[in-house]
Design a protein around this ligand. Structure first.
Ligand code: HEM
Length: 399
């Protein structure tokens, strides 16, 4: 018997405060059913989330990594050639994107990303001096990835880059149910989709950037010319809203934990572990799905072919079976094995870039800012998949 709970993880109260729900799901069993979604099973414990994501033969991505089962309903947008693909297509596209995002490639962008982080923190300090406060989300967490990532992909600069935020919001909402959040983000996205698709074309991409390198792989015959713009779309869909919230959640964690910020300020080399721990503590991508390819089992519990499996990454990241004092944000923890970037063959292909962004922003802050204080209540931006803040009023006290 699989425990069945009357819980809707997409209900606003659970999106606002997911942790009590995660605890209920984890404690009910290794695999649970949710009454509002009778066709799926859910895993909230670290062991099972890791096992499902690590077994791409039994648990596939090609039927979608959201709630919608592409075997029964068409995808909301043409499916991703990497995220929503299985072998052999995934093997082919992943090889190209992994190479473009290789450690060597990330090393080459490091100095530019670090300089941009320092310049931005200086601008925030100036703004703070004039106005008394900044918005941690708008002025830092959004401003930074919107500058460095599209630059690296090779998009022209300008205010239209904000389209990437609207598009990301819609893509991550589309992985949940067709609820009001999804409908609203689709309404807002309107002409943005056409802008995104146009900017996936080679003529909009600076030669040598990450986007152009995808076209070079097509020139070399590794992928087709038709696949190239779709893979640029993967960078534009997955590479901005994720890091925006990764940074926003890290700022939130540090603002809520002055003792952790004091440790970081005393030793800026803790920037990387502080970001990593923020990803564990407040996972940007809360959930992803798989679909059972055949009749199979999870923790000995039978799971029928074509069943959707909800993997609660954020719940796994606070599973007390895996982490001592899981609710504590502890920048000395070194949380290797967290699920914030997923796991297995679909584990985030952009994680080195995301880590670079987190590290250089937190290091720039640590060196220039003595204390971060919350000056008012924050607001949440609800999304079916992402843990996101709408605003975070902060005062930065210069070092
Ligand atoms: C803090 C920032 C980020 C987080 C938390 C994050 C999280 C994730 C997660 C959990 C997955 C696995 C999805 C699954 O298993 O179905 C994933 C995959 C992916 N991510 Fe990220 N991501 C981040 C940043 C980025 C960036 C900067 C890029 C682009 C350079 C990127 C591109 C991708 C792509 C293309 C995939 C699909 C990989 C595959 O299916 O093989 N992500 N990401």
């Amino acid at each position: 018997m699989i425990p069945e709970l009357d819980i809707d993880p997409y209900a606003p109260e659970h999106l606002i405060a997911p942790y009590p729900m995660h605890q209920q799901l984890r404690e009910a069993g290794p695999v649970v059913r949710l009454r509002p979604y009778p066709t799926l099973v859910a895993c909230a414990r670290h062991e099972q989330v890791q096992a499902v994501l690590g077994d791409h033969t039994h648990f596939i991505s090609g039927a979608g990594v959201g709630l919608t089962n592409f075997h029964r309903e068409p995808p909301f947008r043409p499916r991703s050639l990497i995220l929503e693909a299985d072998a052999p297509l995934h093997t082919q596209t992943r090889a190209v994107l992994s190479r473009i995002m290789s450690p060597k490639a990330v090393q080459q962008i490091r100095a530019g990303f670090a300089a941009e982080a320092e310049a931005l923190v200086d601008r925030c300090l100036q703004k703070g001096e004039n106005k008394g406060e900044i918005c941690g989300i708008h002025d830092l967490a959004q401003a930074y990835p919107l500058k460095v990532f599209p630059d690296a992909v090779g998009l022209a600069d300008g205010p239209e880059r904000e389209n990437l935020l609207l598009y990301g919001d819609m893509v991550f909402n589309s992985m949940g149910p067709r609820n009001a959040l999804f409908e609203k983000s689709v309404e807002k996205v309107g002409p943005v989709t056409a802008w995104i698709m146009a900017h996936c074309q080679r003529e909009h991409l600076r030669p040598g950037g990450f986007g152009d390198q995808i076209y070079q792989a097509a020139d070399a015959g590794e992928i087709s010319q038709e696949q190239a713009p779709m893979l640029v779309r993967s960078f534009l869909s997955a590479g901005v809203d994720t890091t925006v919230n990764g940074l926003g959640n890290a700022l939130f964690a540090l603002a809520q934990h002055p003792e952790a910020y004091a440790q970081l300020h005393a030793d800026p080399t803790l920037a990387r572990p502080a970001f990593e721990e923020a990803l564990r503590w407040e996972s940007t991508a809360q959930t992803f799905f798989r679909t059972a390819a055949v009749d199979t089992q999870i923790a000995g519990v039978p799971v029928a072919a074509d069943t959707k499996v909800l993997c609660l990454l954020a719940a796994a990241n606070r599973d007390p079976r895996k982490w001592p004092e899981p609710d504590r944000y502890d920048i000395l923890r070194r949380p290797s094995g967290h699920m914030a970037f997923g796991s297995g063959i679909h584990g985030c292909v952009g994680q080195a870039v995301a880590r670079l962004e987190g590290e250089v922003v937190l290091a720039a802050l640590a060196r220039r800012v003595k204390r971060i204080e919350c000056t008012g209540p924050h607001t949440r931006r609800l999304n079916n998949t992402l843990r996101a803040l709408g605003s975070l009023p902060l005062r930065l006290i210069p070092a």
